[in-house]
Design a protein around this ligand. Structure first.
Ligand code: LIP
Length: 263
């Protein structure tokens, strides 16, 4: 199954990397856009992936609302994670495909068609980047690089996000804002970076990458509970529980136990 999913994702990557003349529309607010390439790639992935498992359900960023099935199979897909990067020609995007079985994630594939990089994992079988086994780093906080964002789509939430960055910056090595959660979380899985925080992501941004992160020995959580697979959630992740606990503590203090998404 993983090989078949990889084949389909790579085929979709050829379409995305070769897209031209696509339209750009707003999804509400000037920051939240969708391109015709997103929509077309989601339809391609929906058709090909659901044909792999007849009767499977499909949750896609650009489609109608779907919940993860407690029984059977559900796909959670972001056809182009990092849409703004894609629309502006910044070659950091991720095609993200997760497969859930009986409500639990067990396969994740993330592919950047511009670099050719593909991360993949199946529960219990390890995580891989371009076919090579990967593991999180063992860096302490002082050597850690944190990927983060400052809530692009709801800028009223930016101030506490800035404060988290302000407090983490002197503790760690540096901070990066790359603009694709799927790829950033996979870079955490491969040991390139060491921490990750974003206050508001959708399941399609992170589901596949968190399978890779788990299989690579990393850890993640929400603020007051686990990450949600059906609704927007904060995502706090790290290469180990020591760094996760420091980051989670600062996030909790800055958001005052109040999480903006019903957590
Ligand atoms: C993006 C995320 C990114 C976040 C952006 C956006 P999209 O996903 O991957 O980390 O900061 O605001 O949500 O919307 O491009 O698929």
């Amino acid at each position: 199954m993983l090989d078949e999913i990889e084949r389909i994702v790579r085929e979709s990557g050829v379409r995305v990397a070769g897209a031209s003349g696509f339209t750009v529309d707003s999804k509400g607010g000037r920051e939240n856009i969708v391109t015709s390439a997103d929509v077309e790639n989601e339809e391609f992935l929906r058709r090909e992936l659901t044909a792999l498992i007849p009767g499977s359900t499909f949750m896609g960023e650009e489609g109608e609302e779907v919940r993860v099935s407690d029984e059977g199979y559900t796909w959670i897909v972001d056809p182009i994670d990092g849409t703004t990067n894609f629309a502006r020609g910044i070659p950091m995007v991720g095609i993200s495909v997760a497969l859930f079985r009986d409500g639990q994630p067990f396969i994740g594939v993330v592919h950047n068609p511009f670099t050719g990089t593909l991360w993949k994992a199946e529960a219990g079988k390890g995580a891989f980047k371009d076919g090579v086994r990967i593991r999180v780093s063992d860096r302490g906080l002082g050597d850690g690089i944190m990927c983060t964002a400052w809530c692009t789509y709801e800028k009223s939430l930016a101030p506490p996000c800035w404060r988290v960055s302000e407090r983490m910056h002197p503790l760690c090595n540096d901070i990066r804002r790359i603009g694709t959660a799927a790829c950033e979380l996979c870079m955490l899985a491969e040991g390139a970076v060491d921490l990750y925080f974003e206050i508001r992501l959708n399941p399609w941004d992170y589901a596949a990458a968190l399978v890779c992160l788990s299989e690579a020995g990393g850890c993640y959580r929400g603020i007051d509970r686990d990450v949600d697979w059906n609704d927007p959630s904060p995502v706090i992740a790290a290469n180990g529980t020591d760094n996760l606990d420091v980051l989670h503590g600062i996030v909790s203090e800055e958001f005052g136990g109040r999480t903006p998404y019903g957590e």
